[in-house]
Unconditional design. Sequence first.
Length: 117
Amino acid sequence: MSKTFGVGMMAVGIICLVSSMFEFFTLDMWEIPRFSWLPFVGMPLIFFGFVLLGPHIQRYWLKRNGDIIRDSMKLMGQGLQEGLGEEIHCPKCNSTNKRSANFCAHCGTPLQKGEYQ
Ligand SMILES: [Zn+2]
């Protein structure tokens, strides 16, 4: 129900906007636009239609692109991890330590955490 309503609202809104734009561009300089109020009707119509359709669009979009999103998120996460580095170097002895470590496993120096943490 709300789906059909939303689609209808958006369609009418888009028609309003397009026809007002069309009028605007075909208008002669001295002509007073008769349909200048159309965008003010069309915009809210599109907006409310979009609000009504929101959950449907989301569901549809997620169904189609869910895997792509998940994959790209995973890739982004991996990239971020690689960018930050899993390991940090001890400032004193330069041995590699886990990022989660507070002290160097080699010499016990307190490890300076990066600005990311
Ligand atoms: Zn060390």
